[in-house]
Design a protein around this ligand. Structure first.
Ligand SMILES: Nc1ncnc2c1ncn2[C@@H]1O[C@H](COP(=O)(O)OP(=O)(O)OP(=O)(O)O)[C@@H](O)[C@H]1O
Ligand SMILES: [Mg+2]
Length: 332
């Protein structure tokens, strides 16, 4: 397994993830096989900042999010929240559960169609044992925080637009007064103009409440707009992590370079022709390549790439990359 180092410094870190691993057991005909969805992932997210996570479908973004939130137990590794290690299998302390919230992609299915918006937002508060009056105040406040009139508490999900429903999901996450929100493709289902409104809302809320975000998206433009730091994932591993500014200016990993080269430009004169994001198919996670997992699609592949997994190591200041082109460090 490659050695992984986390970016940033631990001082002021709200979330620290160290060598996290999660595999699933799947049925293949009569036998069972292991899908390694996340392997050796380390990340540091300073309080008040946004870590973007990008990578193709199936690279393990949602699995990582769910392990961080405690929805899946990690097989290995450690998660620290505000400096405190979280138990891998036992229930997390209530305070931590409240302080880590998640917003999913599909704004409709995340809401109970039979519950009013007010009831949906109030439900987790009631579970936490918060009193009626406090709940009523909080529901009105968070609806207003996300740009909806408090009257929307009486509406039902089918009476709202997709953008409004996603605002409600954000309100529901906010109601518990979290410190960390994991947003998994939270704007991907929305039209571009609505997306922009929700992204700006998220930025405003971050500033007002000093929120920390883990922002997952396959849309590299959106990730650039939102993120302070970015981690690029490939087949369960982080292959590059650095500031958003450094990644978009000078990506070092051949995979990041290919991903970024295929971003459709917002400038019509520079718009690229349709081209594959990265040539070739992503290998099956059931049977990942030896050595570097990207080698089967890498234009710069060398002999060492099939022999040794590259370590995720600092190639430039605070810029980590896991590629034999950039580091002479051996995989551990
Ligand atoms: N519950 C599960 N059981 C078995 N395999 C799973 C499960 N959840 C995820 N996987 C597998 O783990 C790998 C990572 O999946 P994951 O959903 O984390 O990817 P992702 O990066 O979020 O993809 P997408 O961009 O499509 O949402 C995939 O190979 C997937 O098939
Ligand atoms: Mg996903």
């Amino acid at each position: 397994m490659p050695t992984t180092t986390a970016i940033g410094t631990d001082a002021g870190a709200l979330l620290e993830v160290e060598r996290l691993a999660k595999a699933f057991s799947v049925k293949l005909g009569l036998r069972r096989a292991k899908v390694s969805a996340v392997e050796g992932v380390s990340l540091v997210v300073p309080e008040g900042s946004t870590l973007g996570i990008v990578g193709e479908s199936g690279c393990g973004k949602s699995t990582l999010a769910r392990v961080i939130l405690g929805l899946y137990a990690a097989d290995d590794g450690q998660i620290r929240f505000d400096g405190t290690p979280l138990p891998a299998r036992k229930r997390r302390p209530r305070k931590v559960v409240e302080q880590m919230q998640m917003v999913f992609q599909d704004p409709y299915s995340a809401l109970n169609p039979r519950a009013s918006i007010g009831e949906s937002i109030a439900f987790p508060l009631r579970v936490q044992g918060i009193g009626k009056d406090e709940i009523r105040t909080r529901v009105s406040k968070v609806l207003e925080d996300v740009g909806l009139h408090a009257n929307y508490a009486g509406y039902y999900p089918h009476q709202l637009s997709g953008g409004q429903r996603q605002r409600v999901n954000i309100a529901r996450a906010l109601a518990l007064q979290p410190r960390l929100i994991v947003l998994d493709e939270a704007v991907s289902a929305l039209d571009k103009s609505i997306q922009a409104q929700i992204l700006n809302l998220l930025k405003d809320l971050q500033e007002t409440y000093h929120l920390t975000y883990v922002f997952i998206s396959h849309d590299l433009n959106v990730v650039e707009y939102m993120s302070d730091q970015v981690a690029v994932m490939y087949l369960g591993h982080v292959v590059e992590s650095c500031s958003a500014e450094a990644l978009y200016r000078e990506p070092l990993h051949p995979y990041s370079q290919a991903l970024l080269a295929s971003i459709p430009s917002l400038d019509p004169t520079k718009r690229k022709l349709e081209e594959p994001v990265v040539s070739g198919e992503m290998p099956s996670p059931l049977n990942p390549p030896s050595g570097c997992r990207f080698r089967t699609r890498c234009p710069f592949v060398m002999d060492i790439c099939s022999e040794q997994p590259p370590a995720l190591a600092e190639a430039e200041h605070a810029h980590l990359v896991s590629c034999h082109l950039h580091t002479s460090t051996q995989g551990g």
